[in-house]
Design a protein around this ligand. Structure first.
Ligand code: GTP
Ligand code: MG
Length: 490
């Protein structure tokens, strides 16, 4: 007889470990922080800088726990979830600080555990809490959150919405090849894998074109088409909306029936498990948005960012949206929407950026019947790549920013090599968000404020005493940390 895989003693130990684990999380306070945003919004840079500043006691005057010297130390420990890839902190730091290049794009979920040892501000807490907080940081693509509305739709509704959006003026030129192919197939014809793959590929190309820099659109479900994670090529991702579907149920074995079944699988094997296993376990959430990129791309991109934010907020405020209450067992108690890359602006515009984004968030919240009053907004740069300077121009002081443009950047015809610095006038944001939105809504041709977005290299980090590199410079990262973590370190 072959020996059992686990002996009785082993099993007892496993059972005991499980109990110890549970008990452990009772005495070991833990906070799960979700970090999300559409691709290139700055998630990896944000997490890297947050962790680096905590481990290396960076300059964080607005983060009370750190500023008052109550954070004794912070260090990394193995994360609790073995099945989730680890956030490769060391690689990202090395690229940012040693090589001065931005980290590579990360295309799926990852996690990192940071333990913070602190001294409580109140003697009472000091006695009981043990002064340790496990911060579990989860980085995941914002694209996946935008799938939540799909759970409330069947294939016909999904297809009708997708086709309507694709025919809108901002998108129709990009959707041409996919719509043409889709119009040429008969939904009642026998299902064909080749046709399904061809349609899915053309549909994905269209989504990708919408996402490109010059369009910068945000609402592009299904999220896995652009961010497949490990599902690339699976049948659950090989479908596409079909235009102008008849009311009648599709014949068995038809293309439409196949697409419907795959859409349902997408919801049940991809979307639901993601929400159940990851989103519902979060305590706090930061959503990073590149508002300046949207403004530069124009009116449609700003409107689309607003639409995407509504969908995102619905995931964190499900009570009011009424969708899928079964999926959400607990409520994320703090949500922070952060406009990133504020180092592309002079500091005089930081408050303006914040005001504009607050207005976008309010409008997005309204769409889902929430006031947005409990959602905090900030403008920040997780890593500050520029410094400021002033120049006198026609009797006026102009605020400039100075940095090292990335190799290959071109400004006014001058090509940069990645080593020389330059000063640019970044442009001004409107002082009044209200008039900005009036302009946006009244005239489709209205030109938005021009912001000069140059891609700069990460900053050169000085060596401090004893040759130790100082921590990464930032703008208002400390305020974000105070909001997200402050009360748990009180
Ligand atoms: N100047 C500046 N640029 C930033 C900052 N954060 C991000 N960036 C720029 O934005 C790019 C994307 O940042 P990432 O942190 O990789 O973005 P992400 O959201 O992780 O992107 P994906 O992994 O592709 O989803 C970087 O390569 C930088 O060029 C910042 O704080 N300041
Ligand atoms: Mg990333």
């Amino acid at each position: 007889m072959s020996p059992p895989l686990t002996s009785l003693a082993d099993e007892a130990r496993i059972a005991l470990d499980t109990i110890a684990d549970r008990a452990g999380s009772l005495v070991q306070p833990t906070l799960r922080l979700g970090v999300t945003g559409l691709s290139r919004a700055g998630k990896t840079v944000f997490i890297t800088s947050l962790v680096h500043n905590l481990i290396h006691s960076g300059r964080m005057p607005m983060f009370a726990a750190a500023h008052s010297g109550r954070i004794a130390r912070a260090w990394l420990e193995p994360q609790p979830d073995d099945a989730v890839p680890r956030f490769q902190y060391e690689d990202h730091v090395a690229r940012l600080i040693n090589d001065r290049v931005w980290p590579d794009s990360t295309r799926a979920i990852s996690e990192l555990r940071l333990v913070i040892e602190y001294e409580s501000a109140s003697g009472w807490n000091r006695l009981f809490s043990g002064g340790r907080l496990c911060l579990d940081i989860v980085d995941y693509p914002g694209e996946w959150l935008l799938d939540l509305p799909l759970l409330g739709q069947d294939f016909r509704e999904f297809a009708a919405r997708a086709v309507e959006l694709a025919r809108s003026p901002a998108r129709s030129d990009l959707a041409g090849p996919w719509l043409a192919k889709a119009a040429s197939v008969d939904p009642k014809a026998p299902a064909s894998e080749t046709t399904a793959r061809e349609l899915a590929a053309l549909f994905t190309d269209y989504l990708r074109a919408c996402k490109a820099d010059d369009r910068a659109l945000s609402t592009l479900p299904p999220g896995r088409f652009l961010m497949p994670g490990d599902l690339d090529g699976s049948p659950a991702l090989t479908f596409a909306p079909l235009p102008d579907l008849p009311e009648a149920a599709p014949p068995r074995g038809s293309l439409q029936a196949m697409m419907e079944r795959r859409f349902e699988s997408y919801k049940s094997v991809v979307v639901k498990p993601f929400f159940r296993e990851h989103v519902t376990r979060l305590d706090r959430q930061i959503v990073l948005i590149d508002a300046m990129q949207a403004m530069n791309a124009g009116r449609e991109a700003v409107m689309d960012l607003e639409r995407a934010l509504s969908d995102v907020l619905m995931s964190f405020r499900p009570g009011r949206a009424g969708l899928l209450s079964g999926l959400f067992s607990r409520r994320i108690d703090k949500v922070l929407i952060a406009a990133t890359k504020a180092d592309h602006l002079h500091h005089e515009s930081h408050d303006r950026l914040e005001a504009l984004v607050r207005r976008i968030v309010e409008r997005a919240a309204l769409r889902i019947g929430s006031s947005g009053a409990d959602i905090e907004v900030i403008a920040m740069a997780a890593v500050r790549a520029t410094r400021e300077a002033t120049s006198r121009h026609e009797g006026e002081d102009l605020g400039l920013i100075v940095g090292t443009p990335l190799e290959g950047e071109r400004i006014d015809g001058r090509l940069f090599d990645g080593n020389s610095q330059t000063a640019i006038f970044p442009g001004d944001l409107p002082a009044n968000p209200e008039s900005f939105f009036k302009l946006l809504e009244s005239s489709p041709q209205a030109s938005l404020p021009e912001i000069n977005v140059v891609r700069f290299r990460p900053p050169l980090i000085e060596h401090g005493e004893g040759g130790i590199k100082l921590s990464l410079p930032h703008i208002r990262l400390d305020r974000a940390m105070d909001y997200l973590l402050g009360d748990r370190l009180a």
